[in-house]
Design a protein around this ligand. Sequence first.
Ligand code: SF4
Ligand code: SF4
Length: 439
Amino acid sequence: MAKHETPLLDQLESGPWPSFVSDLKWEAEVRAKNEKGIDYQIPVDVCDDLLGLLELSYKHGRTHWKHGGIVGVFGYGGGIIGRYCDQPDAFPGVAAFHTVRVAQPSGKYYTTKFLTQLMDLWDLRGSGLTNMHGSTGDIILLGTTTPQLEEFFYELTHEMGQDLGGSGSNLRTPADCLGTSRCEFACYDTNDLCYNLTMEYQDELHRPAFPYKFKFKFDGCPNGCVASIARSDISFIGTWKDAIQVDAAEVQAYVDGQTPSNGGAHSGRDWGPFDIVKEVVDLCPSECMKYEGGKLSIDDRECVRCMHCINTMPKALHIGKETGCSMLVGAKAPIVDGAQMGSLLVPFVEVNKEDDYQAIKDVIELIWDYWMEEGKNRERLGELMLRQGFKTLIEKCELDPVPQNVQHPRTNPYIFWKEEEVEGGWDRDINEYRKHHNR
Ligand code: SF4
Ligand code: SF4
């Protein structure tokens, strides 16, 4: 029997979709019955009181969580988000309801044993409620009390060999797509790069020293399954330098209808007979494809790696052979001026395991030096770029500007002309300008 009446929340169960309210009620019931005989270490009515508090928030039209609170585990500056409610007498089960962020493995590969162990631990020392996964990528465990934090952390790290993720003004838990481990489009091993950088930057992850949060995300190709271009301060997107590989016989098989486009039935769409010109060539955003005389040709210099043709005819077209990744910087939604996508900083870098990804780390560390020196409190990299200009970032990263850094030709060229670099200096230019305009 529910402890609190929840008429407003009950409405959320009425639609056709799965409801988190039903999940909360189910968990509350499981805890009340405790058929497994678990020695719960936090109040057994935590889920009941959570439902009651949420109902009150809906009724009042405002949250009843107090803002933040500093709690954590010894030696770590992040990974736990303190949460207290402002109605502890009415809802003692959620007087303290801290969130724990657990680092997810690269590519989110779990064993059943790991998940069972984690859930057993969370049933014992927390509310049993989870968010798989949070938007940063971590496993989010919702709701425990302060005395349980060290206990949970000890068992997580010592018995399961798993770590907390990031929170606060630090490097957030890096996240990646499954990359070469399963995907034919992957241009580099996202799992390995993500793991390597996570291990390299443990200090930055656990000891907040940045002006604000900082995120890495890794997409193995421009399909962007983790949407790194929109969600990370540095986005690593797989790409290639050479030509798209074309298998002419397979192109013919698509044209003849022997191979269904877009993965056929798996795409969930019935496209009817395949029309290569309409569905591929005419949709190429850079208009660099031709289908003439039964032959498909691509002007690869103009290809912008949108992936459309490859996604449509994956058996016939394949990513190039000289693969690596692009580094884009400054994404965040919403940023001071609204949502912002990443800007291309390094068009191509080899993702080279043998040299321990040193070229990538060099760029990261120069960016951090600059941001930590110049960034204001709670200013993301993208905001600093807007404030001081992309040109400054390129200079600070000791990179030469390249055409790919220019977003719109003739509107925002990141020009580094300095007076001493121009023969005759500015005076000569101004005089020429005046002469030209008869002034
Ligand atoms: Fe595959 Fe590309 Fe998606 Fe990664 S981003 S899973 S490589 S399609
Ligand atoms: Fe055109 Fe995109 Fe294919 Fe490149 S990847 S050739 S831009 S459709």
